[in-house]
Design a protein around this ligand. Structure first.
Ligand SMILES: Cc1ncc(COP(=O)(O)O)c(C=O)c1O
Length: 384
């Protein structure tokens, strides 16, 4: 499918980080396909089972589609009327509209956070692998990252304690801490006690971004949404998106919730370049609880059936709380992704250093049956 590009990334060596000895530059890694490439549809796009980008396979709800088509009449206007989207988000979370920043996807909020908080303190701390764009945006601005490996022995958990240690040992240089909950690509949650430990341990002047792109899908007593930290006045920026549960990835709407002081710092870096229909669609999506609950249940049932089948065939799967999961295919996934594509299925790319783990988005039942059929053709049962 899309050609891979490798780009120079500056990654801090963990050993150096723990020793506080600065960063080790110039590890050359294979990174995500560049966006222009990733967005180019394959010719047969509509016929493919799209299990590569954690999109919602069901499309937006009827209420959202109606709100967007009713708003098409504002296509000739720049900013207003805007459906009251910022106020609707603020009301939804019980915060003020001064606590809300909007973006063309939550990806924009991550970029804005990098641009804002990595200007003077040039180091970002986060897990690895995780949602990679936060590192790419930092690198593009010549900032550097301490990427803290997931803990294999704990089922690829985010290593909150090492993140805290590295941040404290380098606190004069660290401008931003990032976590993703549940984490992409593993689908694993960070337990609420770990988040509390992180928030309580990081010095007040360093903002923590908590990316909750997939929070709607979680059904786990150890999980907690983090917006209450903003209400407590902690330096936390929670990012949310309408691309996943609300199925508006192509329409581009996301937001951040943070204390007013952080929002005020970020606003000059935001584009506020949102299209008129998606603002109305976003307001309708916030209200459509029935749609959300239907998709959550479907996702859970289809994900759990698919992963059970893989486990029955002998393959190792990381238990997921999200709309995707990882399966260990026992070989480098690089060429396998292309093999799946040849058979009409788009699956996730490689997430180094988890080179043998394939990330699969949860599609419709029909798509997942197709996936299992092709998986059997390509890989069969695990040889022991
Ligand atoms: C964890 C995570 N955060 C943020 C994003 C950005 O999504 P968007 O810009 O569409 O809101 C994604 C997209 O896949 C994601 O997986």
């Amino acid at each position: 499918m899309s050609s891979r590009v490798s780009r120079r990334r500056f990654i801090a060596g963990l050993a150096a980080a723990l020793g506080g000895a600065g960063t080790r530059p110039a590890l050359e890694l294979s990174a995500a396909p560049q966006r222009a490439d990733a967005e180019k549809p394959a010719n047969n796009y509509d016929t493919l089972a799209k299990l590569a980008s954690n999109e919602n396979p069901y499309g937006p709800s009827e209420a959202v589609k109606k709100a967007m088509s009713d708003a098409a009449k504002y296509a000739n206007r720049y900013m207003y009327p805007d459906g009251g989207i910022a106020e609707a988000i603020a009301d939804f979370h019980g915060v003020g509209s001064e606590n809300v920043i909007l973006g063309a996807g939550s990806g924009e909020i991550l970029k804005v956070a990098d641009d804002t908080f990595l200007r003077e303190r040039r180091k970002l701390v986060g897990p690895s692998p995780t949602y990679e764009s936060v590192y790419l945006y930092a690198t593009n601005s010549n900032a550097e990252a301490f990427e803290i490996p997931l803990v294999k022995a704990r089922g690829y958990a985010v290593d909150i304690r090492t993140m805290i240690t590295v941040t404290l040992q380098n606190y004069r240089d660290v401008g931003l801490v990032y976590i993703c909950n549940p984490n992409n690509p593993t689908g694993k949650i960070i337990p609420k006690n770990d988040i509390r430990l992180l928030v309580d341990s990081i010095p007040d002047e360093i903002p923590i971004v908590i990316d909750e792109a997939y929070h709607h899908y979680v059904d786990n007593p150890q999980y907690e949404e983090s917006i209450h930290y903003v209400k407590e006045g902690r330096n936390v920026i929670v990012t949310r998106t309408f691309s996943k549960m609300a199925a508006l990835a192509g329409m581009r709407l996301g937001y951040g919730i943070a204390p007013k002081a952080l929002i005020d710092e970020m606003l000059p870096f935001a584009l506020y370049s949102l299209n008129a229909p998606v603002k109305y669609g976003g307001v309708a999506a916030l209200k459509d609880k029935a749609y959300e609950s239907r998709v959550r249940q479907l996702n859970k049932r289809i994900r759990d059936n698919t992963t059970k089948e893989l486990v029955t065939m002998g393959w190792e799967v990381i238990p997921s709380d999200a709309s995707f999961f990882m399966v260990n295919v026992g070989r480098d996934v690089g060429s396998l992704v292309e093999d799946f594509h040849q058979k009409g299925i788009l699956v996730g790319r490689k997430f180094s250093p988890m080179d043998e783990w394939l990330r699969v988005s949860v599609g419709t039942e029909v798509e997942m049956n197709r996936f299992i059929r092709v998986f059997k053709e390509l890989l069969g049962a695990r040889k022991t």
